[in-house]
Design a protein around this ligand. Structure first.
Ligand code: TPP
Length: 579
């Protein structure tokens, strides 16, 4: 502990700096002005002044998803804090480490309906991993350190820290002590899998004739891609990823059968439905994957590995549950497999079964479920994604909003590495894409960052184009402009006999001019011949934000698509074509 004394506001900033935070996304207001005054007097922590607090949370979230860091947000009490609710829920649903520091009215005013008082701890309780209220300024270093620890360990998630104004008072000074070790009573996530369960996984997988690995976002969060690859190789098993896990195995890897679920590939869903053993790693069996739970993969033995015991058997019963961190459990499994003496002849038998399994899977692959018909000079959304993939050489960080464009990106841009694909999977938050791309660009200033968006979604946080100019963020925004809320239209086409209720904006802005008015470069593209060359020109502008407004075919649907209430593999692979 140093002899120097600090105010609560100074301690907030010093703690963040000491924890290695480089960027904080925020917006000032009365209750946090003491912190803002301290921010001005230092240069180790960069504050990013956003235009809307929801965007600050998505920026912190994007930064976190693309790194191993905790995203940090600073907002004022009342509306500043409530504007964060969607962003907190977005991070919570996808288990993203984030700390939100929210101002609060002075302690003696809490409960008085004071100006800009909101019970943000109450508002956010169901969508945070934990929250803290600060009762003494001297506790600030310890509270923020605990918040970081909780946010990034175990099953990660957002933590809210409420800071009453009187605890930030510049005239009240305290000694500063950053805890060297964090201890939180009753919080001890299980990291190692139970040895007996590991043995069971090994023997079950060794006996499997039709195994499949179903990898979820937990694999990305645990940075377990190398172990996933090792297990994949050992069994020569097919691998399918959830929307959240794309990139945890190279999209072009021969064992990768594509994303599974509602808009998953035919071969991924078929392989799941016909597997005899499913190794689920850090995945939730959510309804966008399973379709009708009562019809879910009836013939399979399900192994479910997750760090969160409450996720296991929540939606689908696990025959072999294993609580533990994915990378540690996979290390244990690989060690177990090394020590396993397969019975004589068993490995040849396994090889024969494996060959047969791949023959069946390759038969499903022959359906080419991602193929589509081109339409002359009209641009198909799939063509845009392919062109973006070409011009970025498959290397860019890609963020998306929510809708058809998100699914086209997920299906047609083969991601090479984990943390390259950044989207709101669990909450499905329109308005996520642009601010998330900004967070990514702050964390990776020299990398190419692309935001794939729709004409509905981009308007939900378009004000951040102004922030992009202030901080010179050279993001490339690719707008798949179909002139409607495409994903809603698709559902209305399929489930409501084409009755289109409230999906057309009759007053869309001129996006090119809008981007230019914010000080950026804008392009319009409306015919196929111009697509490649415009994207080449846009991506050649390395230090400018370029907004490319691309008119795409307005009636295109995303396929494949599961049938409502069906099994995982009850699917359409094209309009009216059953798989
Ligand atoms: C904040 C929010 N409101 C509503 C929805 C429901 N929703 C899901 S997709 C979608 C349409 C998205 O339209 P657009 O951004 O234009 O993308 P497109 O589907 O046309 O590619 C809507 C309204 C949502 N996901 N998020």
């Amino acid at each position: 502990m140093s002899d120097e004394l600090y105010s609560g506001a100074q301690m907030v900033v010093k703690t963040l700096v000491d924890l290695g935070v480089k960027h904080i996304f925020g917006y000032p207001g009365g209750s946090v002005l003491d912190i803002y005054d301290v921010l001005l007097q230092q240069d180790e922590l960069q504050h990013i002044l956003v235009r809307h607090e929801q965007a600050a949370t998505h920026m912190a979230d994007g930064l976190s998803r693309s790194t191993e860091d905790v995203g940090v947000v600073l907002v004022t009490s009342g509306p500043g804090a409530t504007n964060c609710v969607t962003g907190i829920a977005t991070a919570y649903m996808d288990s993203i480490p984030m700390v939100v520091l929210s101002g609060q009215v002075a302690t003696h005013l809490i409960g008085d309906d004071a100006f800009q008082e909101t019970d943000i701890l109450g508002c956010s309780r169901p969508i945070v991993k934990h929250s803290y209220s600060c009762r003494s300024a001297a506790d600030i270093p310890s509270i923020i350190s605990k918040a970081f620890h909780l946010a990034r360990t175990g099953r990660p998630g957002p933590v809210v820290v409420d800071l009453p104004k009187d605890k930030l008072d510049p005239n009240q000074l305290f000694p500063y002590e950053l805890p060297t070790e964090i201890k939180i009573r009753a919080y001890r996530p299980t990291i190692r899998g139970h040895a007996k369960q590991i043995k069971k996984i090994a023997t079950t997988l060794l006996r499997a004739e039709r195994p499949i690995i179903y990898a979820g976002g937990g694999v990305v969060l645990a940075q377990a891609s190398d172990r996933l690859l090792a297990v994949t190789k050992f069994f020569n098993a097919p691998v399918t990823n959830t929307l959240m896990a794309l990139g945890c195995i190279d999209g072009n890897h021969p064992n990768f059968v594509g994303m599974l679920g509602m808009h998953g590939t035919f071969e991924a869903n078929k392989s799941m439905a016909n597997a005899d053993v499913i190794l689920a790693l850090g995945a939730r069996f959510d309804d966008r994957v399973t379709n009708n739970c009562s019809k879910f993969c009836p013939g399979a033995t399900i192994i479910h590995v997750d760090i969160d015991p409450t996720s296991i058997s929540k939606n689908i019963h696990a025959h072999i549950p294993v609580v533990g961190s994915i990378e540690v459990v996979l290390d244990q499994l690989l060690e177990q497999l090394d020590n396993c003496d397969e019975e004589q002849g068993a490995s040849e038998q396994r090889k024969m079964a494996n060959d047969k399994w791949w023959k069946t899977i390759n038969g499903w692959r022959e359906k080419s479920c991602l193929s589509y018909e081109s339409a002359g000079q009209e641009i198909k959304p799939q063509q845009v994604i392919e062109s973006v993939h070409r011009v970025t050489k498959g290397e860019a960080f890609v963020t998306s909003d929510v809708g058809q464009h998100q699914m086209f990106a997920a299906l047609h841009y083969p991601f090479k590495r984990p943390k390259q694909w950044i989207n709101s999977g669990g909450l499905g938050t329109m308005g996520f894409g642009l601010p998330a791309a900004m967070g990514v660009q702050f964390a990776h200033p020299d990398s190419e960052v692309v935001c794939i968006t729709g004409d509905g979604s981009i308007q939900m946080n378009i004000q951040e184009l102004s922030t992009c100019l202030q901080y010179n963020l050279p993001i490339k925004i690719i707008l798949l402009n179909n002139g409607n809320l495409g994903m809603v239209k698709q559902l209305q086409d399929i489930n409501y006999e084409g009755r289109h209720s409230n999906i057309y904006f009759d007053s869309l802005p001129d996006f090119k001019m809008l981007a230019e008015s914010y000080g950026h470069v804008g392009f319009d593209v409306d015919k196929l011949d111009d697509l490649d060359k415009t994207l080449d020109e846009a991506f050649a502008m390395k230090d400018r934000l370029v907004f490319v407004n691309i008119k795409v075919e307005e009636h295109e649907h995303v396929y494949p698509m599961q049938k409502r209430y069906g099994a995982i593999d009850d699917m359409f692979i094209a309009k009216g074509v059953e798989g």
